[in-house]
Design a protein around this ligand. Structure first.
Ligand code: SF4
Length: 353
């Protein structure tokens, strides 16, 4: 085990990426980077991190912002509960910890949106506490190197990997240890086709010696994805369009979107237009276009979305609680990436591509 650690630390000192949060011991910055990097690639996450730090240099700045602003800055990253929890936790730190980031693993764990992995990462990197941060990278490296075949998503597997991580953690420099292992998993022992010829621990790697690299780690359950069919209505009176806030306990909570009708199956364009147009009354409208369906893939859902573009008279009688927005201001609202793409297609915002 000592050999394994020595090789990994040495590999890390040579290969670690120069990331903007890498040399910081500021718990706020480490927290922000960890939350952004959950389910997000470093290349995409870095620009978001820099924008967040510029706009909210301290936890106090973040706590004082409106949730709308935080969500707007988060737009495009997905998994928006991360942003809502980040904001809620910033308020807790300001109100309950006098704006000073809590410095114990257990207190950090109590914050919203922080699980054992993130708490361990912050406690080890910012406060030198010996808690192992066990994420997907660690599961993969341990499973392959040590030949662990217990499924990583089973209770027994989680326990086994956690126990091994606790044995391995460096008491002297746990922050470096955690970062070295995570970086090794991200860059060297990659999910697909790792370059084992270059690996410093190849001679003692179980998976390489036993030709099991593609088989490890083992996962018990397959992620199920449900299908949803969204029909958005772009109601345009020439100067304004109408939007609403998503408030239900569902994806994209507290983001804005166009008025929506969700169906259980995909409707043809004819089928869509057969029914009465919802959200307003009167006949003074013109259906300009029905878009092709866009496929939007999330971790547990696949959304097929169409947009029905309707031109209406400015005096139209809106029958739903919608927000009337000048088209020039639409980019100020945080919307899901799917909607942003529709807005780009219909020239409501400038393309970010
Ligand atoms: S030899 Fe290959 S599979 Fe084994 S730890 Fe190194 S990169 Fe991963």
């Amino acid at each position: 085990m000592d050999n394994f650690r020595r090789h990994i630390y040495n590999w890390y000192s040579i290969n670690k990426r120069d990331l903007p949060w890498r040399n910081s011991k500021d718990a706020y910055k480490i927290w922000l980077s960890e939350i952004i990097l959950q389910q997000t690639r470093v290349a995409q996450g870095t620009s978001y991190y820099l924008r967040f730090i510029e706009r909210f240099p301290t936890v106090k700045h973040l706590a004082q912002a409106s949730e709308d602003e935080v969500l707007k800055l988060w737009q495009g990253l997905g998994y928006y509960s991360r942003a809502r929890n980040l904001h809620a936790s910033a308020k807790i730190i300001v109100n309950s910890y006098n704006s000073v980031f809590p410095n114990s693993y257990n207190d950090i764990l109590k914050l919203k949106g922080i699980g054992p992995y993130t708490s361990a990462a912050i406690a080890s990197i910012a406060f030198k506490q010996a808690y192992p941060a066990v994420d997907g990278n660690i599961y993969r490296v341990f499973s392959r190197y040590f030949g662990i075949k217990t499924p990583i998503d089973s209770t027994a597997g989680k326990k086994q990997f956690q126990e091994l991580a606790e044995v391995l953690i460096s008491k002297k420099d746990p922050g470096m240890h955690n970062q070295a292992l995570m970086e090794f998993g991200a860059l060297q022992c990659t999910p697909k086709s790792p370059d084992c010829k270059k690996c410093p621990v190849s001679t003692s790697c179980f998976a390489l010696q036993n030709n099991l690299i593609d088989k490890l780690p083992i996962k018990e359950k397959k992620t199920k994805q449900s299908k949803r069919y969204f029909n958005y209505y772009l109601i345009d009176d020439g100067t304004h369009v109408y939007i609403k806030k998503r408030t239900a306990k569902d994806i994209w909570k507290n983001l804005y979107e166009l008025p929506l009708v969700e169906n259980t199956t995909e409707l043809s364009n004819e089928g869509l237009l057969q029914n009465e147009i919802p959200f307003f009354s009167g006949n003074d409208f013109n259906i300009k276009q029905v878009s092709a369906a866009k496929k939007h893939v999330l971790s547990h859902q696949i959304i097929y979305a169409k947009l029905i573009y309707i031109e209406v008279n400015p005096n139209i009688n809106i029958t739903s609680p919608l927000i009337r927005v000048n088209k020039k201001d639409i980019s100020k609202f945080a919307v899901p990436r799917l909607l942003e793409q529709f807005f780009e297609d219909f020239n409501l915002v400038n393309s970010t591509k």
